[in-house]
Design a protein around this ligand. Structure first.
Ligand code: GAR
Length: 203
């Protein structure tokens, strides 16, 4: 089977990338990483990619905190295209995605989010759930569109909130579930077992 070409964007630790990279290395996911990018030059995810000899790129921060400037995102999107990315994965990427990435990767871009969407979109979703006192939360992989955390849900895992949990212990449990969910979804997209909104391999 031809391997699906993956691009990853992340702003932080990269534990989801590491889990996915392990599944790829073990032959569980028919895919290969063509590039890992970040808006943070010192993000651990870049170091994790370099350790695995995967090409990396960093884009400038720009003047906004929550989104990239249009020209910067344009450059990032062009580099992703040049690298041959077929599926773009947002794994802890903390910028709102705009037209430059959406016009090229809409229908072929997924995000992992630490709640059962549509509940608790936005930042620190585990803390939102913990503060709201829900008994159950979880994680979601969804298609990315122009609505923040609003694209259609692909798959979710439920995670219980336990007595005595802090926001951090809850996040730890959610992350364990994320590390199963993301590789499973990418495996099934690569094998065509999950329908794509727009599969770039079928032109
Ligand atoms: C993950 O929990 C991911 O769901 C979350 O950031 C964390 C990144 O961890 N993403 C969001 O909140 C996006 N809205 P990682 O860098 O260790 O993979």
């Amino acid at each position: 089977m031809k391997r699906l070409k993956l691009g990853v964007l992340g702003s932080g630790r990269g534990s989801n990338f590491v889990a996915l990279a392990a599944a790829v290395a073990e032959g569980k996911v028919a895919a290969e990483f063509v590039v890992v990018g970040s808006d943070q030059a010192d993000a651990k995810i870049l170091e994790e990619a370099k350790n695995r000899e995967i090409p990396t790129l960093v884009c400038p921060n720009g003047k906004y905190r929550t989104k990239l400037e249009e020209e910067i995102e344009e450059g990032l999107a062009e580099q992703m295209v040049k690298s041959g990315v077929e599926l773009l994965i947002l794994a802890g990427y903390m910028r709102v995605v705009k037209r430059p990435l959406l016009s090229r990767f809409g229908g072929a871009m997924i995000n992992i989010h630490p709640s059962l969407l549509p509940a608790f979109p936005g930042l620190r979703a585990w803390e939102q759930a913990w503060k709201a006192g829900v008994k159950e939360t979880g994680c979601t992989v969804h298609w990315v569109n122009e609505v923040v955390d609003g694209g259609s849900v692909i798959r979710q895992i439920r995670v219980p909130v336990e007595v005595g949990d802090s926001a951090e212990t809850l996040h730890g449990r959610i992350q364990k579930a994320e590390h199963c969910l993301l590789p499973e979804v990418v495996r099934d997209l690569a094998e065509g077992r999950i329908p794509w909104l727009k599969d770039p391999r079928k032109k």
